[in-house]
Design a protein around this ligand. Sequence first.
Ligand SMILES: C[S@@+](CC[C@H](N)C(=O)[O-])C[C@H]1O[C@@H](n2cnc3c(N)ncnc32)[C@H](O)[C@@H]1O
Length: 213
Amino acid sequence: MTLYGVGLGPGDPKLVTVRGKELMERAERVYAPGDLAAEIAGEFVPDERIEQLSFPMTRDESALRAAWEEAAEVVAPAAETGTVAFVTIGDPKIYSTFSHLERAMKEYQAVDVETVPGVSVLSAFTAAMDVTIDDGPIDVREARAGVPTDGPDQCLLLKVTDVTATHQKLTAAGYDVIYGRRLFMNDATVTTEPTSLEDDYFTVAFATRGRSA
Ligand SMILES: C[S@@+](CC[C@H](N)C(=O)[O-])C[C@H]1O[C@@H](n2cnc3c(N)ncnc32)[C@H](O)[C@@H]1O
């Protein structure tokens, strides 16, 4: 049977796609990798059908692989006989935990895996922050990978967990920066002033240089 990776969009349940909603309603079990994903899914399905799976906050490859194999062991029995959903923030194929589960599920021949795309922060940030992506290249990366110095004149950084350090690097490279924190959530903030932001995992930085005001 089928495991659907369902993208929930950036936070507002109204940005869940019609197909995502239908799949969650149809699924016998809905697995969520965190509180926020569980909360959004809870707008569409009763809590007793939602199961949270927890994963270690580590970059240790072997610990991560073990955690995902364990998650696959939990999900597979239900997916072998029915329809289940694994929900993720944004899109399941973009910088997402779903790819790890998909890989681990290859051990389970009886399970088909399908993806239901979601509204990714990669597109949603523009509306929430009232910015546009210009013609020409854009660099997208996680903040821990540093900032582009010789690269494109527009970039989007994800996982900006240390706003002060990121701001210093971006301004040193000549960028003007705007930050979006918890976009499309109840407590969303958009600001060019980094000191006003508390560090939060759900933060992006959009940086441009050489643009006229
Ligand atoms: C692991 S990536 C997941 C991206 C997701 N799969 C997507 O397609 O949007 C997580 C990072 O995306 C960014 N992000 C996702 N949703 C966000 C939101 N609603 N507001 C601000 N940043 C967000 C943050 O930088 C966060 O650290």
